[in-house]
Design a protein around this ligand. Sequence first.
Ligand SMILES: NC(=O)NCCC(=O)O
Length: 354
Amino acid sequence: MPFRNLNLPQSAIDAAEEQDFDLKGYVFEASPEQLRPPRTVRVGLIQNKIVLPTDAPVLEQITALHKRVGEMVEVAAMCGVNIVCFQEAWTMPFAFCTREREPWTEFAESAEDGLTTRFCIQVRLAKKYNMVVVSPILERDEIHGGTLWNTAVVVSNNGNVLGKSRKNHIPRVGDFNESTYYMEGNTGHPVFQTQFGKIAVNICYGRHHPLNWLMYSIHGAELIFNPSATVGLLSEPMWPIEARNAAIANHCFTCAINRVGTEYFENEFTSGDGKKAHHDFGHFYGSSYVAAPDGSRSPGLSRTRDGLLVTEMDLNLNRQVADKWNFKMTGRYEMYAEELKKAIQHDFKPNIKE
Ligand SMILES: NC(=O)NCCC(=O)O
């Protein structure tokens, strides 16, 4: 079923214009059912540029991003959003390309009670607006030796931290040299039961791994967020396809979010490709969108401007599409599991007949 435009309140349209960001709204409908009422949820995706230059004091950078994104969440609240998700590592520049430690590791915070999680819970967001907040941050885990992780914190609309989901796949591609900062996540594929549906978070590079999407779906996710940071020359041809394919393959909704802008770093860095050192990654191309299990998708947000995408979806569509296409029923998981178990052994022999 194709999406249609969502009517948004004039106050929200005016506020977005005044604060210089795009505001778009779409609806994905499902067929009426006899036994189940519609399960309607409104989701807000926020894409934004960093606010201050990357050499501004760390706390000032964090505070400026809290302020900017907080204002955008206020507009999401005017639009009746139930679940909001921010871009990957939203409180900082995407500085991992530099491979330098300082000051970037200073942006890391506790997932449970760091500055940003407290901001999400109390001051401005979850409790005030009765909204679930998905907040992807650079996490410092003090209990385990102060280790760093790339983590999404899920704050429930009653203000409790529901849990966290760590990035499972760490890129080693182009300037995305993140493996020098944190290891592959150890939280598996958690799904969070919220008042508005079961959600999961597949952080950025995980979207290239169909089995990663699958596992969130196997654990029951109805809506999978993909907060990202990725640049034009590297991934733009893949972007419109991957989250959309995942929605189809897993009978669920997916939400792909990418930051916008070009981030400049004072010290040059190389990409290990024999080319000259440079001060920036290239352009983060935004284009955040939502995809539905029937293969339809919303238009993307701008490639260059901050934006809030509000999408209303009826989660009943997931089961309706599943009942039609039966991917979960026809998937040969036992066979795949058996073969994968063999494939990871040292003495594995590929099944090639000659
Ligand atoms: N942040 C991140 O994982 N980027 C990797 C590049 C990509 O997946 O497009």
